[in-house]
Design a protein around this ligand. Structure first.
Ligand code: KG4
Ligand code: ZN
Length: 330
């Protein structure tokens, strides 16, 4: 079975071709550079760029897979959550493909897909699991007793972890997206140099809060002259990253312990972060900790295709398809 996965929920236009459940024949990602000058995603620019990119990306993916459109058996597309204009472009494109080829169309939840991306690299993964979903728009801890069953046990009360990385990168004058930039600079710094707070770490619940941490970085920057800030940039990045990572890893470990699961899954763009992976592993008490390769952590069509396969019995008619800016997981 050949499945096409279409992802346009934010600022990446991505289309993948999946053969069966595991064989990824193409995973094309077109990242929009339009937003760099703004230090964040501009919704209208994103929608317009998807309109321009979606057809070339589709053709490129088919060419890479060496297939024609008639080979497609199943179409999966992100329908929620995300930027509404961006979702509409991918959704309308998928409707058109489904109509023209008379193939089933599966609406995919973007956050479920981030978790399911783990199946592409670890098809033997054992449930139940706890998943830490950390992206630019979301930070969630999810209990997964079985596939298609998701119980949110913790969430951020304000900024997402990736959003905190992006905002700190912006205030330090680093590039966008900020996560990889902060991680790169942090490599030369001392994570104990500046004692930033560990928000919500002492509370018994599994929730997070990152906006205060971003403010703490801002206050430190405002309290020092620009040469000092420049000199301490690696320490600043390492200390901020250490604070975010400690809270994420510790609450993930607590969730896994309370729910007595054998497996911990990392998902979403921030799961690319090596320090986060190491810290979660270090606190996992022997549990299996898994994450997808980096290209399957950030937004991609492959995770949408794999999730469509999981939900292939739940296809809708192209006329019955709709998109949602927000939709709870589970
Ligand atoms: O999952 P994703 O591609 O898009 C959303 O669904 O939001 O995640 C993007 C986020 C951005 O905030 C980016 O800064 C962050 O993931 N990110 C990282 C790293 N790579 C990407 N954060 C920390 N460390 C990284 N290495
Ligand atoms: Zn995402």
């Amino acid at each position: 079975m050949i499945t096409v996965g279409i992802e346009t929920s934010c600022d990446d236009t991505s289309i993948a071709i999946l053969d069966g459940e595991e064989r990824l024949r193409a995973n094309v990602v077109s990242s929009q550079v339009e937003h760099e000058a703004f230090g964040g995603v501009v919704p209208e620019l994103a929608s317009r760029a998807h309109v321009t990119n979606v057809l070339p990306v589709f053709r490129h993916a088919l060419a890479m897979a060496g297939l024609g459109p008639e080979s497609i058996d199943l179409i999966g597309v992100t329908h929620a959550p995300g930027l509404i204009g961006s979702l509409l472009v991918g959704g309308a494109f998928a409707q058109g493909v489904a109509l023209a080829l008379e193939r089933p169309l599966v609406p995919v939840h973007h956050l479920e897909a981030h978790v399911v991306a783990n199946l592409l690299d670890h098809p033997d993964l054992e449930l139940p699991a706890v998943a830490l979903i950390v992206s630019g728009g979301h930070t969630l801890l999810v209990h997964i007793p079985a596939w298609k069953r998701y119980v949110v046990v913790g969430r951020t009360r304000d900024d997402a972890a990736g959003e905190a990385f992006d905002k700190v990168a912006k205030l330090l004058g680093l590039g966008f997206p900020g996560g990889p930039e902060v991680e790169r600079r942090a490599r030369g710094g001392d994570p104990r140099a500046i004692p930033f707070p560990r928000p919500m770490l002492d509370r018994g619940d599994l929730d997070f809060s990152f906006s205060g941490l971003k403010t703490a970085v801002l206050q430190w920057v405002e309290g020092h002259d620009s040469r000092t800030v420049e000199r301490h940039l690696p320490d600043l990045c390492a200390s901020f990253q250490a604070a975010v990572v400690e809270v994420l890893a510790e609450k993930t470990a607590r969730a896994a312990g309370r729910l007595e699961v054998p497996t911990v899954l990392l998902a979403g763009g921030v799961a690319c972060n090596d320090v986060l992976r190491a810290e979660v592993l270090g606190r996992a008490s022997g549990r299996r900790v898994l994450w997808p390769r980096p290209s399957l952590c950030t937004d991609n069509g492959a995770m949408i295709a794999r999730t469509a396969v999981l939900h292939q019995e739940e296809a809708v008619s192209p006329g019955g398809f709709d998109v949602r800016a927000s939709l709870a997981l589970g």
